[in-house]
Design a protein around this ligand. Structure first.
Ligand code: GRF
Length: 202
């Protein structure tokens, strides 16, 4: 399974995937693409011998033009799967349709709660006892695509958005490689009726 990973930042989820592949997950990362030249994830990729590219959205006249250039870069790798790992850009409908059924995202909340930004702060403000993260197929609805897997963590007394984010991220680093493994093994697909694992609706 050939994977292209899109990042904007630290790339700890990318690292979890690199580590899982080193430990036997049957996939290869053909390229890591960042919209930011200073993303630390680019260093992680280079350290693992993975090709990197920077495509700065600021150099393009609008979202559609950027997304078309991004599609070109990605498709040069002929990926089976595109993994959004902290890629902080909203993708156009054209992009999402182009990768329908082979585009995964991880979001730091128990979707459908807290779509969008500042999820840890919002969970704290709401007084939630539990919080977590979700892997989902990407559709045109922002953070609204069909769910694949979630990790739940407790919210503890005295938690700050940062301490909670760290706990949630440990969950992310488990479930994202797991979802990619299911996909790479041909067990996970987005069918007409929604997500299927081993041919059964999730
Ligand atoms: C993660 O918390 C992910 O849920 C969100 O962006 C963050 C990326 O972190 N979409 P990293 O770059 O993988 O460390």
């Amino acid at each position: 399974c050939n994977v292209v990973v899109l990042i904007s930042g630290s790339g700890s989820n990318l690292q979890a995937l690199i580590d899982a592949i080193a430990a036997g997950l049957p996939a290869r990362i053909g390229a890591v693409i960042s919209n930011r030249a200073d993303a630390y994830g680019l260093v992680r990729a280079q350290n693992a011998g993975i090709a990197t590219a920077v495509l700065d959205h600021k150099g393009f006249d609008g979202r559609e033009a950027f997304d078309r250039a991004l599609i070109e870069r990605i498709d040069a790798q002929r990926p089976d799967l595109v993994v959004l790992a902290g890629f902080m850009r909203i993708l156009s409908a054209e992009f999402v349709r182009h990768y329908a059924g082979r585009l995964l995202n991880i979001h730091p909340s128990l979707l459908p709660r807290y779509k969008g930004l500042h999820t840890h702060q919002r969970a704290l403000e709401a007084g939630d006892a539990e919080h977590g993260c979700s892997v989902h197929f990407v559709t045109e609805e922002l953070d609204g695509g069909p769910l694949v897997v979630q990790a739940v963590v407790p919210v503890l007394n005295g938690d700050t958005p940062d301490s909670l984010a760290q706990r949630v991220q440990r969950g992310e680093h488990h479930i994202y490689p797991l979802a990619v493994r299911w996909f790479a093994e041909g067990r996970l697909r987005l069918g007409e009726q929604g997500v299927e694992l081993d041919g059964q609706p999730l």
